[in-house]
Design a protein around this ligand. Structure first.
Ligand SMILES: [Cu+2]
Length: 217
């Protein structure tokens, strides 16, 4: 996907030397090999982080303290409607090139989340799921019966994990830059990599839900 290459420093170089329908595939393949790799070198310093999924909401009020109609990124919202955002908390982590990074993503709020680190092969798809008492469940974060009764028995999508679950991602930071970690359950990614909290039909996704990993040189 072209959008996966947008934040990588060498995207402009690869775009300059490729053209036509191959342009999207070739930079993506290079990007996946270069930025973050799923294998850590044995002596790489380990940096471990716990990231919680949060859900912030409010009902906007006017000066008199009464519920007010408001405008949310170009969409008119009626008075008394809830303004809501899903977040990764912390939403910015900073590591050094060469670090072995371990992210524990714990779902505190929100029925379902997934996680993809843009331009890389790192994400929650296939990651092992750990339950609320921090024990591995033996399940992978792929399509499976949804244990969250609130949502009914439908299957989760690939890579999704639910409230009370945790997934752990491990990767080595090979290349300096800033990488976006995106929950695609709550984010629509446009053709130029722009993130929106509404899908292409205008349906609210309560996002964009995005965090940043900065790798210092
Ligand atoms: Cu999410």
């Amino acid at each position: 996907m072209l959008s996966k290459t947008v934040f990588l420093a060498f995207a402009s170089v690869t775009l300059a030397v490729t053209s036509g329908s191959m342009a999207a595939a070739q930079p993506a393949a290079k990007a996946k090999a270069a930025g973050l790799s799923p294998t850590c070198a044995a002596k790489a310093p380990v940096r471990e982080f716990l990231i919680a999924t949060g859900e912030w909401d409010t009902v906007p009020k006017n000066k008199e303290g009464k519920p007010a109609a408001y405008n949310d990124r170009g969409h008119a919202r009626a008075a008394n409607s809830k303004l809501e955002r899903y977040t990764f908390d912390p939403s910015m982590i900073i590591v050094k090139k060469g670090d072995c990074v371990v992210l524990h993503i714990h779902s505190v709020k929100g029925d379902r989340h997934n996680l993809t680190i843009e331009g890389t092969e790192i994400g929650s798809e296939g990651a092992a799921v750990i339950d609320d008492s921090f024990k591995p469940t033996g399940a992978k974060a792929v399509a499976r019966a949804n244990p969250n009764a609130y949502e009914g028995p439908e299957k989760l999508k690939s890579g999704e994990f639910v409230r009370g679950e945790q997934v752990t991602l491990r990767f080595q930071a090979n290349q300096a830059g800033t990488y976006r970690m995106i929950c695609e359950a709550h984010t629509f990614i446009g053709p130029k990599g722009e993130l929106s909290g509404y899908d292409d039909k205008g349906k609210p996704l309560a996002g964009p839900m995005v965090g940043y990993i900065t790798v210092l040189p």
